[in-house]
Write a protein that binds this ligand. Structure first.
Ligand SMILES: C[S@@+](CC[C@H](N)C(=O)[O-])C[C@H]1O[C@@H](n2cnc3c(N)ncnc32)[C@H](O)[C@@H]1O
Length: 386
């Protein structure tokens, strides 16, 4: 496993000693649910019943769910939605490489989970230099127990990581291992000048996100930097997206009253961009068209509808692609013309040379966050957008 991670570049040589000294297995519960990447399913594996299989998964590059439904779930069957996990080791080490720690630095981790990432950091920097915040009481207690058992006296704080942890500030590095839609200004204020905040960030447009590596300004009043890689994390609890009810937007008869047009250029493939909604196209469209969520229906009988819901009002749009028709039909309703906004955003992305994740970046200050292309002076959002 270590060799594979070294070969694919996710495990950098400076992290190899920590990888060898701190096995993921020491931080996993007896009953766990590895995510089988081939089938897309989670399977229950119990160490007490299948120790070899359990060890195989512990040593694999698969993400492993360790809690369902905020702890309300019982028994071996997977629950409805996962609420804590051990991330893919290749991702863990890629993010640690992005974080770029130096000896003696102080690190705040948001999202303790199993405690493994905090243990790796503690092995490298010393346990006294690492503090980790976990919102779930049972998960925090388990992480603390595992860290103590391993002989790493990291402080695990039970609390809302959105607030950071002012008591031990300033931090040279802050790393979030849950996904955010809003980056708290508290993290900027609690950083040392020149510190780094590494945070999985995305918009409400789709499920995809990317890690932003923000460097904190000397006055600790802003932080800015590029996105480093696409990722898929569970969201911070307070920032989970609750899908709007379709019929609140599109009640019976609303389709008949909507404005109808035909999409000129964009194909289904171009709009959805492959990669199950995690590609760069939905990421970029979400940066350009704020306060909108979209979802693609499953394709049936050569027909697929992609829906858009305005989150700042009840505007909606749907584009209906049919294999047997060259032009897709569009329905739009409400104060915003969401399809027009999305189509224009896609045209903008093409005009910019179809930028990948790494040409985008983010600036965070007291007023919120502003995505940019190539440099902070070149904001992505069209002026006047909500
Ligand atoms: C992917 S897991 C973290 C994995 C962990 N770093 C490890 O090494 O195992 C994400 C964690 O973030 C926690 N979390 C979600 N919202 C949070 C919040 N507001 N503050 C702190 N932790 C939060 C979840 O409970 C979950 O345990």
């Amino acid at each position: 496993m270590g060799r594979l991670l070294l070969e694919d570049g996710s495990l950098t040589p400076d992290w190899a000693p920590a990888f060898d000294a701190v096995p993921r297995a020491a931080f996993l519960p007896d009953l766990m649910w590895p995510h089988d990447m081939a089938t897309g399913r989670n399977v229950a594996v119990d160490k007490r019943q299948a120790p070899e299989r359990w060890q195989e998964y512990a040593d694999s590059n698969d993400p492993i769910v360790t809690q369902w439904d905020d702890g309300r779930h019982d028994g071996p069957e997977p629950g409805k939605s996962f609420s804590s996990s051990s991330s893919m080791p290749s991702l863990v080490f890629s993010m640690l490489a992005d974080l770029g720690v130096q000896p003696g630095q102080r690190v705040l981790e948001i999202g303790s989970g199993t405690g493994w990432n905090a243990a790796l950091l503690a092995h490298r920097l010393g346990a006294a230099n690492v503090v980790t915040v976990e919102v779930d009481g049972a998960v925090a207690a388990q992480a603390q127990e595992s860290l103590d058992r391993f002989g790493l006296a990291v402080e695990v704080v039970r609390g809302d990581g959105f607030l950071g942890y002012a008591k031990r500030a300033p931090y040279d590095r802050i790393i979030a291992t849950c996904g955010l839609r809003k980056v708290p200004f508290a993290w900027v204020e609690q950083s040392a000048p020149g510190g780094v905040i590494l945070v999985p960030w995305g918009t409400y447009y789709g499920p995809g996100e990317a890690t932003a590596r923000l460097v904190v300004a000397e006055d600790c009043q802003s932080a800015s930097g590029p996105f480093t890689r696409p990722v898929a994390f569970m969201r911070m609890r307070s920032q989970r997206f609750v899908w709007p009810r379709h019929d609140e937007y599109v009640p019976a008869g609303a389709m008949d009253a909507a404005d109808v047009s035909y999409a000129s250029s964009l194909t289904e493939e171009e709009l959805c961009g492959g990669a199950g909604g995690f590609g760069v196209v939905p990421f970029a469209l979400g940066l350009r068209v704020p306060e909108v969520a979209h979802t693609a229906d499953r394709k049936r009988d050569g027909k697929r509808a992609v829906w858009f819901y305005g989150l700042s009002d009840r505007s909606w749009a749907v584009i209906v692609f049919r294999d047997d028709q060259e032009q897709a039909k569009v329905y739009q309703s409400g104060p915003r013309r969401l399809w027009d906004e999305v189509e224009a955003a896609h045209r903008w992305w093409v005009d910019q040379g179809r930028p990948g994740f790494d040409r985008f970046g983010l600036t965070v200050d007291q007023d919120g966050e502003r995505p940019w292309l190539d440099s902070p002076g070149n904001p992505v959002r069209a002026t006047g957008s909500p």
